[in-house]
Design a protein around this ligand. Sequence first.
Ligand code: GRF
Length: 187
Amino acid sequence: MPAQIAILIGPKGRGSNMRAIAEACASGDLDAQVRTVISPVDGTPAVAWARSFGLKVQIVPKGDGEAAGLMAALEGVELLCLAGFLRLLPTEVLRQMPVLNIHPALLPKFGGKGMYGKYVHEAVIAAGEKESGCSVHRVTEVYDDGEVLLQMKCPVLPDDTPETLAARVLELEHRAYPEAIRRVTHG
Ligand code: GRF
């Protein structure tokens, strides 16, 4: 039976990593099944895409009851993948199953609270880095602190803006996340 995975997206995410993972599962590139997509809000383009692709979507709002809601939504799931979800997870969830996240830089550099989206790429450029990329890592109680499982790298070009660098890194993310899931679910 294919590994049963869940994808937890954020309220503002594009959902492009969710899409890359779901398409890798559907094409057979990744021997896993997206058992559910979980979102804190309904009505986003990412949620609409997930439904149109035939995925089961569950809405678990932020706030009281979130931990219990997540635990119920994760029934039967072996691996949880965060994709654009920026908050820390309840401890119950972290104890229940392995959790992965993807970060748009080469951790341990340029991670931590507040380091997301354009802030990451701005910091990479400001630091004069010649190389950036993405990191798939395990999720713990501390932001961007868990074991790094896979990194893919790309150059930072002299005329890069945060937007051009973000686009180059995002292409890597869409290859790295399915590959990391493959490694985790197949030992
Ligand atoms: C990605 O850049 C990922 O690295 C970060 O959040 C962003 C999510 O993008 N964790 P998307 O919603 O998957 O397109």
